[in-house]
Design a protein around this ligand. Structure first.
Ligand code: RP5
Length: 162
């Protein structure tokens, strides 16, 4: 059963949000990915967020661009942790998305990641780390991921002129 939901405002967000999905897959965490728009499908957003805990989700990742209300509105309808990914926008390069998501007034929390693919990948990683607090198999995979990453950097640390 999927423990992490990845929702996004549009199909156009999927190339970015796939980076979260790929990390979750690598770490052995089942996910469900779906388009849910705060603006275009507001009733679906309410229904999705209110039923997410009962469906067994433990963490929700929300990605959106522009006036990106999606993560905050999902967080308003559920007690589950919500991670927000600001998707890069065509007009303001994602600064609009970032500010829309990160500046939550106190009382309803959204954990905001970086703009774009790095943020999406780290949202997947952070979601897995949350799942890993109660799932030793996932925690072990995260430790191995970090070890491999460190070894790769160390093995390629020498710099030379071209
Ligand atoms: C937002 O508007 C979406 O999250 C997307 O980042 C942006 C543009 O959506 P499309 O016009 O490409 O569907 O709601």
């Amino acid at each position: 059963m999927a423990e992490v939901a990845i929702v996004m405002g549009s199909q156009s967000d999927w190339p970015t949000m796939q980076k979260a999905a790929l990390i979750l897959k690598e770490l052995g965490v089942e996910f469900h990915a779906q388009v849910v728009s705060a603006h275009r499908t507001p009733n679906l957003l309410t229904e999705f967020a209110e039923s997410a805990a009962d469906k067994g989700f433990k963490v929700i990742i929300g990605g959106a661009g522009g006036a990106a209300h999606l993560p905050g509105m999902i967080a308003a309808h559920t007690h589950l942790p919500v991670l927000g990914v600001p998707v890069r926008s065509s007009q303001l390069s994602g600064l609009d998305s970032l500010l829309s998501i990160v500046q939550m007034p106190k009382g309803v929390a959204v954990g905001t990641l970086a703009i774009g693919e790095a943020g999406a990948a780290n949202a997947g990683l952070l979601a897995a780390q949350i799942i890993g607090t109660t799932n030793p198999d996932v925690a072990q995979k995260i430790i191995e991921f970090r070890t491999k990453q460190t070894e790769t950097v160390l093995a390629n640390s020498t710099l030379e002129l071209p």
